[in-house]
Design a protein around this ligand. Structure first.
Ligand SMILES: [Zn+2]
Ligand SMILES: [Zn+2]
Length: 267
């Protein structure tokens, strides 16, 4: 995000400067959180999703090292401000991973309330990039002077439409669309959490989904009928039961190789 001369109403000019990255880690992309913090990792609304191996630290390095002027490296890198809500653990993990010091107070504000207070919809939460985007929108609204953020009416609608002043929601809707053209190159844009191939996504629509034959050894020999059925749904290393139970069903390297070897073309 780069500085602008005038932020515009609702900070539109600033908001348009935001660059979005939605990175999913290949090794655990199949582990969908269905219990404690339910979200849909395919429901990202901002920027593009790409799949990276867990070894791709250079991506993190890169996004924290944007040059102020690419033609003058001596001018240094853009300052980094880490913004979050309910951040207690996140900040300590980031500090350790990046080797930098981050300050954090203990105010645990919920993102749904923040979005409501700032007059925009809290949509598809708990998808990482959506939460990051909505948090940043709130942060920008908080620092804008009052005359740049006219409130919605009591009906929740923008009372200034006739004056040509757009609501924050209108601006966010536009950003959702325009950010889809933001390209970035780490990893791959496709990765199948069912068969592990990088040529397609697991599920695009009911008519368009992975049809490669796969089989999971441990589920295939399970005594439980539902696990036997599930065995055709994923390869060994992408087994959620394996991930949930850990050592109880730990697979050897050989077993993993067997599971992968059984991924075969339908025809
Ligand atoms: Zn597949
Ligand atoms: Zn399984």
């Amino acid at each position: 995000m780069r500085a602008v001369v005038k932020p515009g109403m609702h900070g539109e000019e600033l908001l348009k400067q935001i660059y979005f990255y939605h990175a999913r880690i290949q090794e655990n992309a199949h582990l969908i959180n269905i219990k404690y913090c339910v979200g849909d990792s395919t429901a990202n609304r901002f920027g593009r999703t790409r799949f990276l191996p867990s070894s791709a630290y250079n991506m993190l390095d890169s996004i924290f090292h944007w040059p102020i002027d690419p033609n003058r490296p001596e001018s240094g890198i853009c300052p980094v401000v880490v913004v979050g809500h309910a951040r207690s653990n996140v900040f300590s993990i980031l500090s350790r991973t990046l080797g930098i010091g981050l300050w954090c107070n203990r105010n645990q504000a919920g993102l749904a309330s923040l979005a409501y207070m700032n007059g925009f919809q809290y949509r598809d939460p708990h998808t990482a990039c959506n939460d990051a985007a909505m948090t940043l929108f709130c942060a920008i609204q908080m620092v804008l002077p009052a005359h740049l953020k006219p409130a919605n009416g009591e009906d929740g609608k923008n009372p200034y439409t006739a004056l040509g002043i757009r609501s924050l929601q209108d601006i966010i809707d536009d950003i959702e669309v325009s950010s889809k053209s933001q390209a970035w190159s780490f990893g791959t844009d496709k990765f199948c959490i069912r068969c592990g191939r990088k040529s397609h996504l697991h599920f695009v629509s009911k008519k368009q989904k992975c049809s490669f034959k796969v089989k999971y050894e441990h589920c295939a020999v399970s005594q439980k009928e539902d696990l036997q059925k599930a065995a055709r749904g994923h390869i060994t290393k992408n087994c959620i039961f394996f991930a949930l139970r850990g050592p109880e069903v730990a697979v050897s390297e050989e077993d993993v190789a067997t599971g992968l070897g059984q991924v075969i073309l339908k025809d």
